[in-house]
Ligand binder design. Structure first.
Ligand code: GDD
Length: 408
């Protein structure tokens, strides 16, 4: 049997995702019309002999209750949310729920970060992992040398695939091969994590320092806080225990709202192959002009003269008026867009309203601070107002046009 664990973090993480993470946990923010965490979960469904999926985080249980029960029914597979009382780190969180994860005596454990967007080639990784016969296999990808420092950089043996060297977010360039945050392990991973605890205790005893002093030695981390990257991957590299599997598909890390718009496009494109019925062009939606990849929630009301796409996701209960034009945007639940409004390269927050002939636009630079215009929850843009390259916090009324501004 195989189990999958998805690390979802908690409210103190994902702060760069504001203002979209004020009221919705980042893992539930919709990409291509589905909660972020839904994409790795549906990829897990393709793993042979998968027994259970666990989401581990320190959000309140009730935040995930509805999603977890509906997805369990839909996939006919138990998906459970396990709440940590406090953050234990990416490996410490896994260890904290060891007994539950090992309940079905799985031979393999997948571990996935929830904030990555990729094709999750999990069955292929598992095959490679079995061939390597190590403790763990890490999904890796080549990125540009300029962007590599934001991730775990690593060196792998080109012939055997062994992970030879690993440095987390190094200051000086090591390699353009990086850690994708997707792993498969044997249950020996728990022994390795236990080894980190034991090593820390030994050090504390030898140096006769209190756990408080030990905390300051290890940069003020609690003693039971174990990071998968620094505390496990770095020390075990080059010991014939860890291997790499390189993906040639797309991969993005989802830390900012801007990037989520790019990821929405990537997932919509993937739907063409995996779930064409979810695309507006594929489900017989004849009511509006649809261009390229578009998702429209069945409860949304779209006027037949609206023109929508490419890369548009429209969530539940949205109302789109006559003559509206939408290009590259995410429209969240309960938004109203009135006649002849235009939305380009933007994310429109829950319950917001855009007036007639209004225009909300970004320049489309996903990495720039203001490249994608973001309206927080319940923002009201009045008729004929223009909002360009701006971020607007929740509950604002815009009755003057703005450009390159953060409206607090
Ligand atoms: N449950 C729980 N508890 N989850 C956590 C905790 C914790 O204490 N800490 C982090 N996570 C989750 C985050 O929500 C995220 O999904 C994942 O674990 C990794 O988060 P971080 O440890 O903050 O690392 P990162 O995202 O900056 O970088 C990691 O992922 C990159 C790929 O996206 C590193 O492993 C990098 O090397 C890697 O390139």
């Amino acid at each position: 049997k195989v189990v999958a664990v998805i690390m979802v973090g908690g409210p103190t993480k994902g702060t760069r995702f504001r203002p979209l993470s004020f009221n919705t946990p980042k893992p539930l923010f919709p990409l291509a019309g589905q909660p972020m965490v839904h994409h790795p979960i549906s990829a897990c469904k393709r793993i042979p002999n998968l027994a259970q999926i666990f989401l581990i985080g320190f959000y309140e249980e009730r935040e995930f209750a509805l999603y977890v029960s509906s997805i369990s029914n839909e996939l006919k597979l138990p998906v459970r949310y396990l709440k940590e009382d406090k953050p234990h780190g990416s490996a410490g969180g896994l260890y904290y729920f060891k007994d539950m994860i090992m309940e079905d005596s799985p031979s393999h454990i997948f571990l996935l970060n929830c904030d990555v967007c990729c094709s999750f080639p999990l069955p292929d990784m598992l095959e490679a992992h079995k061939r390597y016969d190590g403790m763990g296999t890490v999904l890796v990808i080549k990125v540009s040398a300029e962007s590599a420092h934001q991730f775990g950089e690593l060196v792998a043996d080109p012939v055997t695939g062994e992970l030879l060297h690993y440095t987390e977010k190094p200051e000086t360039f090591v390699s353009d091969l990086i850690n994708c945050g997707v792993y498969v392990f044997t249950p020996d991973i728990f022994t390795a994590i236990q080894g980190v605890f034991a090593h820390r205790e030994d050090r504390a005893n030898i140096q006769r320092v209190s756990s408080f002093e030990l905390q300051s030695m290890t940069r003020a981390l609690p003693v039971d806080f174990v990071r998968l990257d620094q505390d496990i991957l770095s020390p075990l590299a080059g010991k014939k225990q860890l291997y790499t599997y390189e993906t040639m598909d797309f991969w993005e890390q989802i830390k900012t709202p801007g990037i989520s718009l790019k990821c929405s496009a990537l997932y919509l494109a993937q739907f063409k192959i995996t779930s064409p019925h979810l695309l507006a062009s594929g489900n017989g939606n004849k009511s509006a002009t649809i261009i390229g990849d578009v998702y429209i929630h069945p409860s949304a009301k779209v006027h037949p003269t609206a023109k929508i796409g490419p890369n548009v996701s429209i969530s539940a209960n949205v109302r789109i008026g006559a003559g509206v034009r939408l290009i590259s945007c995410i429209i969240l639940d309960d938004v109203e867009i009135k006649e002849n409004a235009v939305v380009i390269n933007s994310i429109i927050g829950w319950k917001s309203s855009l007036g007639k002939w209004s225009r909300v636009q970004g320049n489309g630079d996903y990495n720039a601070k203001l490249g994608i215009t973001i309206l927080g929850e319940a923002v009201n843009v009045e008729d004929e107002i223009v909002v360009i390259n701006s971020i607007v916090l929740p509950n604002k009324i815009l009755n003057v046009s703005v450009q390159e501004e953060i409206i607090l």
